[in-house]
Write a protein of this length. Structure first.
Length: 121
């Protein structure tokens, strides 16, 4: 299943809560648009996403998508690159002229591991 994290930065000159909320709303709108565009590339599969604010950063774009998908027979490098291009084009379409965007997508081999348990006394 394709997944991505959209990170955004709040410009330092914004100090009103409604301005900051506007950036957060824009990030969510971009994420939903990227979700739709990427789903079309990845055969209509469900695409999971998360939206986070960048921590203190310099030189980062205003919006950045980092995506991944587990390698499967249907998923070729060409499909992954098409997904990355779709994400970038969608972000460019929804960003303002002065905002920088970036998209990066990778294909992960194998399966993710998970360990759970309770602390032993």
């Amino acid at each position: 299943m394709p997944e991505f994290v959209l990170r955004y930065k709040v410009p330092a000159e914004l100090d009103l809560d409604n301005e900051v909320e506007g950036v957060k709303r824009q990030a969510m709108e971009i994420a939903k648009a990227v979700q739709s565009a990427v789903s079309k590339v990845f055969f209509g599969w469900e695409v999971i996403f998360e939206v986070r604010e960048f921590g203190p950063c310099a030189g980062q774009p205003d919006f950045a998508v980092t995506g991944w998908i587990t390698q499967r027979n249907e998923v070729t490098l060409e499909v992954v690159l098409q997904g990355q291009a779709a994400a970038l084009a969608t972000m460019q379409e929804h960003a303002f002229d002065y905002q920088r965007v970036e998209a990066w997508w990778q294909m992960v081999q194998g399966k993710w591991g998970c360990a759970q348990g309770l602390k032993q006394p």
